[in-house]
Design a protein around this ligand. Structure first.
Ligand SMILES: [Cu+2]
Length: 498
């Protein structure tokens, strides 16, 4: 019945205002009024931002999204970026205000989403839900308090623009940092095709035709037969000619230079669109300290599995020599590479593998939140389910049986009330894994697991997570495979108006 109603953004109040007397009474009697949600610019959001307080310090940055080029070891490709790939890292201290002026010099609408931050809703950068799209030639001023330390990142939330060069790291430092380390390196992973084999828009168009399009011979981007035991089967849909660390391919790798014995904090971010990476540093073990910005009880491992949108921080004490930092594209038989050099050893070959990649591979299920960021014990007030469905055959990815419609974003929204403890069940009925991302909140995996905002959900499995509904607004919840999300695997978590 709800689907027959006009746009759910037409509120119950609006509905009553247009209907009078008998007509309104009949309508209300014959079907439930559509739920009414708070608005991103309303009093609840403003009150939430005031409650954050903050240091009052303002970090101002100018972001210009524009057509640029990237040099991939001599192959120059046209792309879109924030000047460089990745964009310059934005760094501030917890409680500071980020004031980011976005100028859209692209030939298309855009926006900026601040991935992982529990920020004020009207700055979350989701056109159709939290703001109007920023049209070509226009500016938009983002301004919000970033009160939670951690490793975050930013990217557009328009079409498949994320699969171009439009991304960068956002590091919120902890003024009372409990870890001790000598240096920190931001390691951004990406799968790259833009300007080389096509554009992300062309990829989306081809994938949207499903495997029928592939079989008719028109396809060139779809990748068949990717396999990963860790991901429970199919690893990805898209063929990429390059895999990058900090915007550079293995033939021209970034070199991190240090000295033996130094303790380094790695901030690893997967900015890919269709690729999980298995990350390891040859000759070293890693101590994982954070997932998606939040501290975990430290775990030693040889490698880390990281899905699109996820971040892991790890400490490593450097040996003497030159070592490959490899991000293996899971199931795709190719690597991204950087070099860590502390001595005079020979630079490792890009083609070389390292034994660490096939030893212990850490996943989120091996982690637990440290006590001071674990959710307080309380009973669940509301349980909601996001059932993921769809197939590569039809490319009909959906949540709760509904493919997201940008023209009617609140249709099928998941409603919660401010103040509730919410349990979200993410039920994957498909034959493929999905990195599920919830905006504006950092939930905790049920059973004492890590705090996260993006989680790998394996095929046929259900992941349950809890969060406190303490950040009012309309929040996108979607698969972070950008092609799945843009094909419909997205919904809105909306705070109900009381
Ligand atoms: Cu997906």
């Amino acid at each position: 019945m709800n689907s027959a109603l006009p746009n759910a953004s037409l509120t119950r109040r609006g509905f009553l205002a247009v209907g009078t007397g008998t007509l309104a009474a009949i309508v209300l009697a014959s079907c439930a009024a559509p739920p009414r949600y708070i608005t991103p610019t309303g009093a609840a959001v403003r009150a939430g931002e005031l409650a954050r307080g903050g240091t009052g310090r303002i970090m101002s940055v100018d972001l210009i999204a524009s057509p640029t080029q990237i040099d991939l070891a001599g192959t120059v490709a046209n792309t879109w970026s924030y000047g460089t790939v990745p964009g310059s890292t934005i760094r501030l201290s917890a409680g500071d205000t980020l004031r980011a002026k976005l100028r859209n010099a692209l030939p298309d609408d855009t926006s900026v989403h601040w991935h992982g931050l529990a920020l004020r809703n009207d700055m979350d950068g989701v056109p159709g839900a939290t703001q109007a799209p920023i049209a070509a030639g226009n500016d938009f001023n983002y301004e919000f308090v970033a009160d939670q330390p951690g490793t975050y990142w930013f990217h557009p939330h328009v079409g498949p623009q994320l699969d171009r060069g439009l991304y960068g790291a956002l590091i919120v430092e902890d003024p009372n940092e409990p870890l001790t380390y000598d240096d920190e390196w931001v390691v951004i992973l990406d799968d790259w095709l833009d300007g080389v084999t096509g554009t992300p828009d062309e990829v989306l168009k081809e994938l949207s035709g499903g495997m029928g399009g592939m079989m008719s011979g028109s396809g060139s981007h779809m990748m068949m037969g990717t396999r990963s035991d860790l991901l429970g089967g199919d690893a990805g849909d898209v063929a990429y000619p390059y895999f990058l660390i900090n915007g550079r391919p293995p033939a021209d790798p970034e070199t991190f230079t240090s000295t033996p014995g130094k303790r380094i904090r790695l901030r690893i971010i997967n900015a890919g669109s269709d690729t999980a990476f298995r990350v390891a540093l040859g000759g070293h073990r890693l101590t994982v300290t954070h997932s998606d910005g939040y501290p975990v009880n430290p775990v030693d491992t040889d490698a880390i599995l990281i899905g699109m949108g996820e971040r892991y921080d790890a400490l490593v004490t450097l040996g003497d020599g030159a070592f490959p930092l490899i991000a293996a594209a899971e199931g795709k038989n190719a690597n991204a590479l950087a070099i860590v050099r502390t001595g005079s050893g020979q630079t490792p070959l890009s083609a070389s593998s390292i034994p660490e990649l096939t030893r212990t591979v850490l996943t989120a299920s091996m982690l637990s939140a440290v006590s001071h960021v674990a959710l307080a014990t309380r009973s669940v007030d509301r349980e909601i389910t996001a059932t993921l469905s769809g197939s590569m055959m039809a490319y009909d990815w959906a949540i709760n049986g509904r493919r997201f419609d940008p023209a009617n974003p609140m249709a099928g929204a998941l409603g919660v009330q401010q103040g509730e403890r919410v349990r979200l069940r993410i039920e994957n009925t498909t034959q493929m894994w999905h990195p599920f991302h919830l905006h504006g909140h950092t939930y905790q995996h049920v059973g004492g697991g890590p705090r996260k905002d993006t989680s790998i959900v394996l095929p046929g499995k259900t992941l349950s997570v809890d969060f406190d509904a303490d950040n009012p607004g309309l929040w996108a919840a979607h698969c972070h495979n950008i092609y799945h999300a843009e094909s419909g695997m997205m919904t809105i978590l909306g705070y109900l108006a009381s």
